[in-house]
Design a binder for this molecule. Structure first.
Ligand code: ADP
Length: 541
């Protein structure tokens, strides 16, 4: 028997309409590429989004068309998220840190008809001009006055908005209509597209608001350092308006001092981003001898949060939520807020150890780990295997990519993450490594994350990464790459002494190399692929 309830299609624009009505004074504050601070409310945002939607329709955009963005975190980018999906088109966010080759590949593959670009990224586009798809309309996200700096062929974003009507009847769209497109950063092979729908996006926003909503809500202020140009800034452009949280956008300035000043000035409560960003912020906190005034919570994800980082934040009274996810999962899969009984029963050291895990699944995500034959392994905290996921906000295939789709799902339709993990009986996920980053030594595996986690705690280490280098007898052995904190280099003996309390002797890195900085991926994570290339011919002595 079927239930007897109305069916209303889930729709992204409804989030902003709701926020404009119910959270009309919550703000969107943006450090602009113009250099100043822009602020307005969600009600103001909806007015401009309606005008922008009309402008996009006037440019001839039809349902299903892909419209690309190349922009920082700011109010104009937020407007594009809502206006493009609102008219039934697909908002394709492009990561400006991709190589020129990858950018051209995805523009072509997505079949974008329009590209909205922040002024700072116009030089990227100019360099690619001769190779860009023909008929691609380029719109610079700037006022008409600043257009004199750019080619006559480009249109002005602000002119389009000024000249458009605010009156719009938003189309009723089936909830499975595509709304957003994001390509993985393609650490191996070409980037692959995740095509989000209205339904998956709204459900993901609801999930984030509930499961990660401790610091979201009316009167709260959240700073997404995680970019709008990749993985939907972890769902914040939707969860923030839904909950009435003000969004504080950092624009292009992501160094520790700039983030500190913005957070302090705007009374930010919660900030979300990858570990590399927090290294900079923590350094600034140390320099100033204090944390930004209202800073209460940091969400760390994208790669493993080192124990020393969790300890330092918690020591400052800033709650750490260690989260895990993927582009293919919209992206949040697990989150690490500890519930009440745990915060009461566990000592602070035990809580830190819990937080080194990647947290527990959010509602709507199922997790399983499997052995090499694909058989499910127990969730006992011991067994480890490849992590598979399923859920309402997880891709069912890659956009126009049958081969990758075929390779990525098991017979029951679960998506293979490529991560190796264990899961405790009470649901805590522990990511041991990406399968391709594990070090295979004499038939045994060594987790690069485990070693990095400990080494990051050494006072002479500012940053580090562990990669596999080939070995004549053991096949692969771990090489530790260190960025020093200060002038005195850590010694192998010091590292071994520190590590031996945590890992077995045979797992110790064979050697240490020093770099001034670690190479980063397009998403700001340490690029192990580049490191492996740099040390491809490394001879262990
Ligand atoms: P890409 O970097 O290729 O764009 P994603 O941003 O989707 O891909 O990254 C997803 C991957 O990042 C996961 O499969 C996992 O390996 C890694 N990852 C994400 N969060 C964490 C975390 N908290 N701890 C360890 N690894 C993580």
């Amino acid at each position: 028997m079927l239930g007897q309830m109305m069916h209303r299609d889930l729709s992204i624009i409804e989030i902003l309409k709701f926020a404009a009505e119910n959270h009309s004074v919550s703000e969107v504050v943006s450090l602009r590429t113009e250099g100043d601070v822009h602020r307005y409310t969600y009600s103001d945002c909806l007015v401009r989004v309606s005008k922008l939607a009309n402008a996009i329709l006037n440019l001839g955009v039809k349902k299903g068309d892909r419209v690309a963005t190349l922009a920082w975190n700011g109010y104009r980018h937020l407007e594009l998220y809502y206006a493009i999906s609102g008219v039934g088109a697909v908002c394709h966010t492009i990561n400006p840190r991709l190589s020129a080759e990858q950018m051209l590949y995805i523009l072509e593959h997505a079949g974008d008809s329009i590209l909205f670009v922040d002024t700072t990224f116009v030089p990227i586009i100019e360099k690619l001009a001769s190779k860009l798809p023909k008929n691609l309309v380029i719109i610079v996200m700037a006022s008409s006055e600043s257009m004199s700096n750019f080619s006559d062929e480009y249109l002005s974003y602000e002119t389009l908005i000024t000249e458009s009507s605010q009156k719009i009847i938003w189309p009723e769209l089936p909830e499975n209509t595509a709304a957003g497109l994001c390509y993985t950063s393609g650490t191996t092979g070409n980037p692959k597209g995740a095509l989000y729908s209205h339904r998956s996006t709204v459900l993901h926003a609801l999930t984030i608001s509930l499961n990660m909503g401790l610091f979201l809500g009316n009167g709260m202020k959240v700073l997404p350092v995680v970019p709008l140009f990749h993985v939907n800034a972890w769902g914040l452009p939707y969860a923030a308006p839904l909950t009435g949280t003000s969004l504080i956008f950092p624009g292009p300035n992501l160094d520790g001092a700039s983030l500190f000043n913005l957070m302090d000035h705007e009374n930010v409560n919660s900030a979300w981003g990858v570990p590399t960003v927090w290294l900079g912020l923590l350094e600034e906190i140390r320099n100033q001898g204090k944390a930004p005034s209202q800073f209460q919570n940091v969400v760390i994800g994208g790669s493993a949060a080192p124990k020393s980082m969790i300890e330092e934040f918690e020591g400052l009274g800033i709650t750490v939520c260690h989260a895990w996810g993927m582009t293919e999962m919209s992206p949040v899969g697990t989150q690490g807020f500890l519930p009440q009984p745990m915060t009461k029963l566990l000592s602070s050291d035990e809580q830190i150890l819990k937080k080194c895990n990647q947290g527990r699944r959010v509602f709507g995500v199922d997790l399983k780990i499997v052995d090499e034959k694909g058989s499910s392994l127990p969730h006992d905290g011991e067994a480890s295997g490849e992590l598979y996921v399923r859920g309402n906000a997880i891709i069912s295939g890659y956009y126009k990519n049958e081969q990758s789709t075929e390779e990525s799902f098991d017979k029951e339709g679960w998506f293979g993450t490529g991560d190796i993990a264990s899961i405790t009986s009470d649901g805590f996920l522990n990511i041991q490594d990406r399968a391709k980053d594990l070090i295979k030594s004499g038939g045994e595996w060594i987790s690069s994350i485990d070693i990095e986690n400990v080494v990051m705690g050494h006072p002479k280490v500012a940053n580090c990464a562990v990669i596999a280098v080939s070995h004549p007898k053991w096949e692969e052995r771990p090489l530790l790459v260190v960025v020093s904190n200060g002038n005195i280099r850590v010694t192998k003996q010091e590292i071994d002494d520190l590590l031996l309390g945590h890992i077995a002797k045979w797992q110790l890195p064979d050697a240490i190399e020093f770099l001034d900085a670690l190479p980063l991926t397009a998403t700001g994570k340490v690029s192990k692929l580049t490191l492996r290339e740099m040390f491809a011919n490394y001879k262990l002595t």
